[in-house]
Design a protein around this ligand. Sequence first.
Ligand code: SF4
Length: 448
Amino acid sequence: MGLELSKSMPVLPDNETRGGSYFVANYPPFSFWSPEAIPSALEVLKEPPCPGTPLGLYVHIPFCRKRCHFCYFKVYTDKNSSEIRTYNHSLIEELALYSKLPIIGDRHLRFIYFGGGTPSYLSANQLLDLSAGLKKVLPWDQAEEITFECEPGTLSEAKLQALREMGVTRLSLGVENFNDSLLELNGRAHRSGEIYRMYEYARQTGFPQINIDLIAGMLGETGDNWRHCIEETIRLKPDSVTIYQMEIPFNTTIYREMKASGCMTAPVADWETKRRWVQQAFEALEQEGYAIGSAYTAVRNPGRVHFVYRDLLWHGADMIALGVASFGHLKGCHFQNVKDFADYISRIEAGFLPLQRACQLDEQERFIREFILQMKLGRISKDYFMEKFKIDIDSAYRETFDWMRNQGWLHQENGDLLLSRELLLQVDSILHHFFKACHQVQASEGKT
Ligand code: SF4
């Protein structure tokens, strides 16, 4: 494979937090996905799957109680229960459309992920109906992991019971911070009392894995408060902790206010401070026996606690994505659904996959996608890329790897490449460097 890779050295971004996205969610960048690519991508769905490729399911629930000031997702805060029931019905219908396609073959789902928005916005009955409808189309009996994202203030004992009944194995609690003033300042709907109460119920309900999400560098964050957040997290003993560094994408309330006031620096901590805070959290968690499994996650018992969704997807799994604006990946093609609620419902009613844009990856792009996603794990297996893509990554990225080694950022261990903690904490800011030259635009768009 002739590789068209950049020979220049990575340029690290400015230390100030400015408007725009820093997090790299996928490759090629979304600006290279297009409606024109849909017809050829649809042809791929008529082919059988690649043998041995795992299949997962992502279900997007776009409802929230209120919009957080840092949120860049397309969310709806005004839908009534009849609209939600219609939406849930459309999700089941959408899965039925996929299930008839040759690309699904006779595969079983290996993972299911409910993301949002706020999946826990749905009532217990809506959740049970939705999961029963989805299972009827494609069974979950062989799924290794069922993840469900929750906003603590939307939970109740009955809903947690319903989630367990559905088979949820990982409950992911969007805690973000333990300080009520900060939660209020950032526009979050929940408060700390709900976190503690629901965490306790969730533990009693017996979920195999409970994850706590935190954000380092929210509006109003201080060193003392962040230390308190780490202490509280450790006291609760979650099975895993996910920490993101606050970014201010363009379509957020915070960015709009920055623009209106003519200030281009966001009113949150700079990148160096946010990295220091994440490092502080990782160190404290490591002292408690957690292992750092990626740029964003610490895991209490790595032998037992896994992230099947992340690991399969980052190693090229297929994933059907249901719901408004959701992203899927099947046999080397990216798909994104339409972003408008009414448009989504009407396309499903008409019996069509509600696609807005697609992107068909060539072999080199598939390699780069997996490579940059696996960089986020902090460990890259050279043998994996040689076996799967016949690419020697040392030769492909020789100059960049030499530069990274000179910085003390890259080491070798038993044939694997290991990223230093310093690099891991800012890995998203250098991933663009590994893109094809034609894709090296600064990511400047939100997820939806
Ligand atoms: S950040 Fe999460 S909870 Fe807040 S509005 Fe966005 S999707 Fe909803």
